[in-house]
Design a protein. Structure first.
Length: 339
């Protein structure tokens, strides 16, 4: 079965084709980062309009790269939520229109489920069950994953997610959007001994997170700094921020591994590409004797491959999940553990 995946939840338009038997056939992605940088963040209306312009050319690209005709598509998976309502509607409309035109069934996919399962696209995929750290955009969650569709929430952020803390702290340091890569690069030049920032909820004895206070601590350091911030000052603050965030995330993941007794940790989402976080998790995994898995870097951010793949896995278990119901139905707010 050939499954087309469509991702349009925020500021990336992604399409991909997956064969349920052989795996990923092709994928294409257009990022809107350059457009949104002028505004310091995602502008929902602009994002929606850009998805409209990109979707069909990307469809033609993935079909061409897979050497397939559109009639070879057997089912269409699209991101139904969560995300920006207008952006989600674009992907849903493309899926519904194409499904109606080709007389093919469609299937709405949870955006975070796509991220959650994206490490299974690698050449060395983890086996179920495993613990997953989801660090994507406005989400930071620790989940127990027993099989496709069976997810148990162990902990989540109570305020700002890790990605939001990255963006807000980067803005305080005068860095460009998106903040994650920018603050990570700057932190490499910082001295870890200059500043020490708080580790929120490090000893809370649960698996929840809170990063709003860490962002506020960065603001306090910036405001209390005597004189103009030099590039080295900014690098030192960035390093302190990264060290604090990584310490908390690694500690929570280790606690979840210890609590469940599982030996496989899967990292998913855009923040999972962060080099300092990967280094911290790898060190902890070696010390605590568990394995850690990451998606390929190209699949850390939003992409169509993860949606097509999640759709393929679901349809392989139950082909009846895809239906010829072409009414627009998006879910901007949608709990993953409610699947």
């Amino acid at each position: 079965m050939i499954v087309l995946g469509i991702e349009s939840s925020c500021d990336e338009t992604g399409l991909a084709l997956v064969d349920t038997e052989t795996g990923l056939l092709s994928h294409a992605l257009y990022s809107q980062i350059a457009m949104h940088q002028e505004y310091g963040g995602v502008v929902p209306e602009l994002a929606s309009r850009d998805h409209i312009r990109r979707a069909l050319p990307l469809l033609e690209q993935v079909l061409r790269e897979a050497h397939l005709d559109k009639n070879a598509i057997d089912a269409i998976a699209y991101t139904q939520g969560p995300g920006l309502a207008g952006a989600l509607l674009v992907g849903a409309s493309v899926a519904c229109g194409l499904g109606l035109a080709l007389d093919r069934p469609i299937l709405g996919i949870h955006h975070l489920e796509g991220h959650l399962l994206s490490p299974l696209l690698t050449s060395n995929p983890p086996q179920f069950p495993f613990i997953s750290l989801l660090v994507s955009g406005g989400h930071t969650q620790i989940m127990r994953v027993d099989r496709v569709g069976q997810y148990t929430l162990l902990g989540e952020t109570l305020d700002d997610a890790a990605g939001e803390a990255f963006d807000k702290s980067a803005k305080l340091l005068g860095l460009s959007y998106p903040g994650g890569p920018a603050i990570s690069r700057l932190a490499e030049l910082g001295n870890p001994a200059v500043y020490t920032l708080p580790r929120p909820m490090l000893h809370s004895k649960d698996f929840n997170f809170s990063f709003s206070g860490l962002k506020t601590a960065v603001l306090t350091v910036v405001k209390n700094h005597v004189g103009e911030l030099t590039e080295q000052d900014r690098a030192n603050i960035a390093r302190a921020f990264i060290d604090a965030l990584v310490d908390v995330v690694v500690a929570k993941c280790c606690a979840a591994m210890r609590h469940t007794g599982l030996k496989r940790l899967v990292i998913a989402g855009g923040v999972g590409a962060n080099t300092q976080l990967r280094a911290g998790l790898n060190t902890a995994a070696a010390k605590k004797r568990f394995s850690v898995y990451y998606p390929d870097l190209e699949f850390c951010t939003d992409n169509g491959a993860m949606i097509a793949f999640a759709g393929a896995l679901r349809l392989k278990e139950d082909p009846g999940q895809a239906r010829k119901d072409y009414s627009f139905n998006v879910r901007p707010k949608w709990a993953l553990n409610g699947l």
